[in-house]
Ligand binder design. Structure first.
Ligand SMILES: NC(=O)c1ccc[n+]([C@@H]2O[C@H](COP(=O)([O-])OP(=O)(O)OC[C@H]3O[C@@H](n4cnc5c(N)ncnc54)[C@H](O)[C@@H]3O)[C@@H](O)[C@H]2O)c1
Ligand SMILES: [Zn+2]
Length: 377
């Protein structure tokens, strides 16, 4: 598989959800067409742009300028950067600001930012006036390949992440791959874990292509658009078949059960970013699958080798600072995944590109595996 040459034409990936369907448009420099695209979608609509302070510094002026030149009014709603903004207080501020900007049915909210902004602005859109339309303009790699697609929106509760929210699909996703040029290398790399996830869970040919082309994705060559499009097509197909995660959509959680436990154990701090935790979680899912004879040791080693090659963690010992003990990790896993009849659900693998949902995992085996892993620290 090779990436097509950059044609100048954006790649369009439709999300087939009937009346809730929409396009994901992917390309370098697409921000310049935001105004025209919004005007074509909702002639005469006003907009409110929700963003964070960090993204605002780099990209808000450009977004406002292109909307203005298309004759579209825009209000700006800027919140502090980081996961902390996915809370009730900031949700209230965003809802009130949208109402104050007189955004009504027929107008549009624009979520300009990473996954935090997409989740927060999306949930505010789902709530104000019982549902406003919103456009996702994802600015992080994670948001372009994952969080901006599929309609999961929400904020965090003191009981855990993403516990308050709604399914609310955007009406358009515009992924301008040039916006990623201002993202820190570490954030980009963390987002790449989710890119690799699509190969590891269901597309071995894509994984092989990533092994050969990942550097071009990082440096902003044409492989970047191609990779984002492959991920969005995969996510769009899964979401179209299982919008509300009653089955297959759970495959997208590959690496996330181990990952969330480690992420929570690190206090959701910048000791371990979400994507770093997912990389580590995927490495553990492959190793656990190999230990149970589901896949070969060499397949697991190959998955880990690629994640390590891009600089992502694959060993628990790479988490800086202290890591919870096995009891605490098992508690976190049990909280994350409901225990059914004493068994846990995990996404396991029969090989690269062959993930499956296993809802009959013995907690004692997970405990023994994690004890061994922690002993390697
Ligand atoms: N809704 C979903 O389906 C879904 C899926 C996966 C993750 N998520 C959520 O997404 C969030 C993580 O997303 P994220 O990693 O994008 O985090 P984020 O939104 O916090 O962005 C990471 C950091 O990068 C900065 N940033 C973003 N774009 C930038 C740019 N172009 N230039 C410079 N800096 C930029 C942000 O200000 C922030 O500091 C989590 O809250 C997670 O729960 C949601
Ligand atoms: Zn994730």
């Amino acid at each position: 598989m090779t990436a097509p040459l950059r044609s100048g034409e954006p790649i369009v990936v439709p999300v087939a959800l009937g009346t809730r369907g929409y396009d994901i448009v992917i390309g370098r420099g697409l921000m310049a067409s935001l105004g025209e695209r919004v005007k074509a979608l909702r002639p005469g609509a006003k907009t409110a742009i929700v963003t964070d302070e960090n993204v605002a510094k780099h990209h808000l002026a450009a977004a406002e300028a292109v909307l203005k030149s298309a004759g579209i009014e825009s209000a700006r709603i800027v919140v502090p950067q980081g996961e902390g903004s996915k809370n009730y207080a900031t949700f209230e501020i965003v809802c009130e600001a949208i109402i104050a900007a007189r955004i009504e049915r027929g107008d549009l909210v624009v979520a300009l930012g990473g996954g935090v902004i997409g989740d927060l602005a999306g949930f505010a859109s789902a709530s104000v006036r019982r549902g406003l339309d919103f456009v996702q303009v994802p600015t992080s790699l994670l948001a372009q390949v994952d969080s901006s697609v599929g309609g999961k929106t929400g904020i965090n509760s003191r009981h855990g992440k993403n516990l308050v929210g709604a399914f609310h699909q955007p009406v358009l996703v515009i992924a301008d791959t040039a916006l990623l040029d201002t993202l820190s290398k570490r954030e980009f790399r963390a987002g790449y874990a989710e890119v690799a996830k699509y190969g590891l869970l269901g597309d071995a040919a894509f994984f092989t292509w990533l092994e050969a082309n990942w550097q071009d994705i990082f440096s902003g060559g044409p492989a970047r658009e191609h990779a984002i499009a492959v991920c969005c097509r995969a996510k769009a197909a899964i979401v179209a078949r299982d919008e509300r995660e009653t089955g297959e959509r759970a495959l997208l959680n590959l690496g996330h059960t181990f990952g969330h436990a480690l992420e929570a154990g690190a206090g959701f701090s910048d000791r371990l970013l979400h994507g770093e935790a997912v990389a580590l979680g995927m490495a553990l899912a492959f190793e656990f699958s190999a230990r149970n004879g589901l896949t070969s040791k060499s397949e697991a080693a190959r998955a880990c080798a690629h994640l390590a090659a891009v600089g992502l963690p694959t060993h628990v010992r790479q988490v800086p600072g202290s890591v919870p003990g096995v009891d605490a990790l098992m508690d976190l896993i049990a909280q994350d995944k409901k225990v059914k009849r004493g068994k846990l659900t995990f996404i396991l693998v029969c090989g690269i590109g062959q993930a499956f949902i296993e809802d009959n995992v013995d907690p004692a085996e997970v405990r023994a595996f994690l004890s061994d892993k922690l002993a390697e620290r």
